[in-house]
Design a protein around this ligand. Structure first.
Ligand code: ADP
Ligand code: MG
Length: 263
């Protein structure tokens, strides 16, 4: 569920992205090639914590059957880093953990969600589930001007979860299962999909069932999938995993709060 691959070819930076993500071709344990968009710890404000949040959110999204590209751990070996031809990326790589986060490069045909695009009827249901996912994992980073969502004509793909689970020390933050916690989602433009979902009938039963299936044992599997190289992020990881379990234990209240702010 979080396979380790080894980078062997640098294919350039992606055009957008604050954290200087880049495209890498990697090899898995069977010698198969995998192309990923990789994030390096020194490119991210939260360092290895950002990579760990990406990984946890990516595994969770996959468990919930949400459209997320497969997440990978990407080993950056010394010789590979020494050969990176882009000076900016080489500098970041030299200051980064030897394990990066990778998101499997989506096939051609996906383009960024255009500003103001009406949600097609066929993807309304998944858009509602993505909204709920973001509200529940405290991900503020999917907005009309920064969609972090690609669209292929009939499928969505979500990525960029490094800011998720950022709740400690945030004044006024309340867990989503408390009434009023998600009130700010009533503000226009607060989430990529919130304005268009408001007032529609929402069916979150499938998402509820999937979240209820994430047992504490399963959360332990998430924990053990994270590499020792990201040890400095262990407190944030524990908090994120606890949070996922608490959402599960309070799922009816949390989904009720989501329905309330979209009513
Ligand atoms: N799995 C992927 N497949 C294709 N393109 C991707 C993928 N992940 C990210 N991208 C592209 O890379 C850009 C930057 O990635 P993102 O994770 O949003 O980084 P940042 O945190 O720097 O914004 C995205 O806007 C998107 O265009
Ligand atoms: Mg982004």
């Amino acid at each position: 569920m979080l396979h380790l691959v080894t980078a062997f070819r640098f294919d350039g930076r992606v055009q957008s992205g604050r954290t200087v993500p880049c495209r890498l071709t990697c090899e898995d344990e069977f010698g198969e090639e995998v192309e990923v968009v990789a994030k390096l710890s020194a490119g991210c404000d939260r360092g290895v914590g950002a990579l760990a949040m990406e990984a946890i959110a990516g595994i969770l999204a996959a468990d919930l059957d949400l459209p997320v590209p497969e997440p990978f751990l990407v080993s950056l070996e010394h010789d590979f880093v020494a050969g990176i031809p882009d000076a900016t990326v080489a500098d970041i790589a030299n200051r980064s953990s030897s394990i990066a986060f990778g998101s499997k490069h989506l096939p051609p045909g996906y383009t960024s969600w255009p500003v103001g695009k009406a949600i097609p009827k066929d993807v309304i249901q998944v858009a509602a589930e993505i909204f709920a996912f973001d509200a529940l994992i405290v991900n503020d980073d999917r907005r009309p001007n920064n969609p972090n969502c690609l669209f292929s004509g009939n499928s969505l793909a979500i990525y960029d979860h490094e800011m998720a689970f950022f709740m400690n020390g945030i004044i006024g933050w309340h867990p989503p299962w408390q009434i009023g916690a998600l009130e700010s989602y009533r503000h226009p433009g607060r989430h990529l999909f919130s304005d268009q979902l408001r007032g529609r009938p929402l069916n979150l039963d499938r998402l509820k069932g999937a979240w209820l299936a994430i047992t504490n044992n399963r959360l332990e599997v998430y924990r053990t999938a994270l590499p020792p190289e990201w040890h400095d992020a262990r407190i944030s990881c524990d908090q994120a995993l606890n949070h996922i379990g608490q959402v599960r234990d309070n799922i009816d209240l949390a989904l009720g709060e989501i329905r309330r702010v979209l009513s």
